[in-house]
Design a protein around this ligand. Structure first.
Ligand SMILES: [Zn+2]
Length: 440
């Protein structure tokens, strides 16, 4: 017994000494040849960004570099804040083979455990392409999205900051069209969707997601003819608000859009239910349009010229009417030869074809992304006091958006993840939850 006490004392002495040594976090000075301020839509030259621990300490042209600071030379690059993908599903990857891109079969074939590992991989792929924040909006089996967020936040693996929705809540059946046998005898809809058809079930469904780690609530507004009324959507919004959360609605019909807008939903996913009148109302109410504007030309994912024309016209109209826009792809499938991050960046084509000025596309990918994710007070802008998330590209994205496809440098939470175009994630991997197991 005494020997145990003695070893505890020794242990605490060691911990105390380590704690003292860690009191001064490492300082890194980044020399940015060009620094993009997406809010102002301008480039500043020859800036120094001082990073201390996981935060930005100072930014400016004449910032003194403290003795002993590590320096990173990005003087030939454009440094900019990290990108936001406002609608993805990292624990879902449907494929041409074997499931003919039908995710109902993906879900039947792939366990939550396998999908959680896919999510870890997809998260790393997103970060490598410069996405430092991802809103992960459901279809993640049994809370693989929460596991991903926790693994990143606790310090097991690198990845973007995850704003996850847990299970999508919908009227009976969700987005599936199951047989009666599979739905009623095998409960096949769950956990891909959470059925909620009555007010009690709606409240309980929100609470379940809150309990199991969601940070935003996702509902299927009109996936089935019964859909949700404006009053029912208000109930979701009210219940989510108790936990400080917003509600995103999957909307595919005009009536669904009308109900969601009338209820004052936070964001609307997809553009199929949106017309000029809905855009006008969304602009008036400040409702986010998380349009999932799929470009043509993705191998294995044909988009008809007519459908692509509609997508472009919709994005154009939303922009003209000043609807708040996010960069959001819904790219949850495998395209051979592309990582998940590279696939998402293919969606730049739609923004270019819609004639959106580069400065505004960049705002959608950054400033608006921080707002829709509600990180804008802590994470995103390259400003003193914010978490140190930043990326660097060789060209000037205000002139050429495609330079975003060549992200050379990524820093997340003050730690370098990619340098000279090569991922160097070793510093992110740990044999335990170094940031604390209490992070849920
Ligand atoms: Zn989606």
């Amino acid at each position: 017994m005494m020997r145990h006490v003695a070893s505890f004392v020794a242990l605490f002495a060691i911990l105390g000494a380590t704690g003292a040594a860690q009191q001064a976090p490492a300082v890194t000075a980044i020399r940015a040849g060009r620094l993009l301020d997406p809010e102002a839509g301008r480039i500043l030259t020859n800036q120094i960004i001082l990073v201390e621990g996981n935060k930005i300490r100072d930014v400016g042209p004449n910032v003194a570099i403290p003795a002993g600071a590590q320096t990173i030379d990005l003087s030939r690059m454009t440094v900019m804040p990290g990108l936001v993908e406002a609608h993805n599903h990292l624990a879902l990857t449907y494929k041409p083979e074997p499931e003919s891109n039908i995710y109902y079969y993906t879900y039947v074939q792939e366990s939550t455990a396998l999908r959680a590992i896919q999510a870890a991989s997809n998260g790393i792929q997103m970060l490598a392409s410069g996405f430092t924040i991802v809103r992960d909006m459901g279809n993640n089996a049994l809370y693989a999205d929460t596991a991903l967020r926790q693994a990143i936040e606790q310090g097991w693996i690198p990845g973007p900051t995850i704003i996850n929705s847990g299970i999508i809540i919908g009227g009976m059946g969700g987005q599936f069209s199951p047989t009666p046998e599979m739905a009623k005898q095998h409960n096949i809809v769950y956990p891909e969707y959470l059925d909620a058809d009555t007010p009690d079930e709606m409240v309980k469904a929100v609470r379940q997601n809150v309990l199991f780690g969601a940070k935003v609530i996702k509902i299927c507004v009109d996936c089935k003819p019964y859909g949700y009324t404006a009053d029912e959507i208000r109930l979701f919004i009210k219940e989510a608000a108790k936990a400080g959360m917003k509600v995103e609605g999957h909307v595919q019909t005009l009536q669904g859009a009308r109900n969601a807008i009338e209820a004052g939903i936070w964001s609307i996913a997809h553009s199929t239910g949106l017309n000029e009148e809905m855009h006008t109302l969304m602009a008036q109410k400040g409702i986010w349009r998380a349009g999932t504007d799929t470009p043509e030309g993705l191998a294995g994912h044909p988009v008809s010229p007519q459908a692509y024309r509609r997508t472009i016209d919709s994005l154009k109209d939303a922009y003209a009417k000043k609807v708040p826009l996010t960069f959001s792809t819904d790219a949850d499938y495998f395209v051979a030869g592309k990582t998940r991050g590279e696939l998402c960046l293919e969606f730049l084509r739609t923004w270019k074809d819609a004639g959106i000025p580069n400065a505004d596309t960049l705002r959608a990918m950054t400033v608006n992304g921080y707002k829709v994710s509600e990180t804008e007070k802590t994470r995103g802008p390259i400003k003193a006091g914010f978490f140190a998330d930043l990326i660097a590209v060789p060209g000037d994205p205000l002139q050429d958006l495609d330079t975003l496809k060549q992200v050379q440098f990524v820093m997340k939470d003050g730690t370098v993840f990619k340098r000279d175009g090569v991922m160097t994630p070793a510093a992110f991997f740990h044999g335990g939850p170094v940031n604390g197991w209490r992070i849920r």
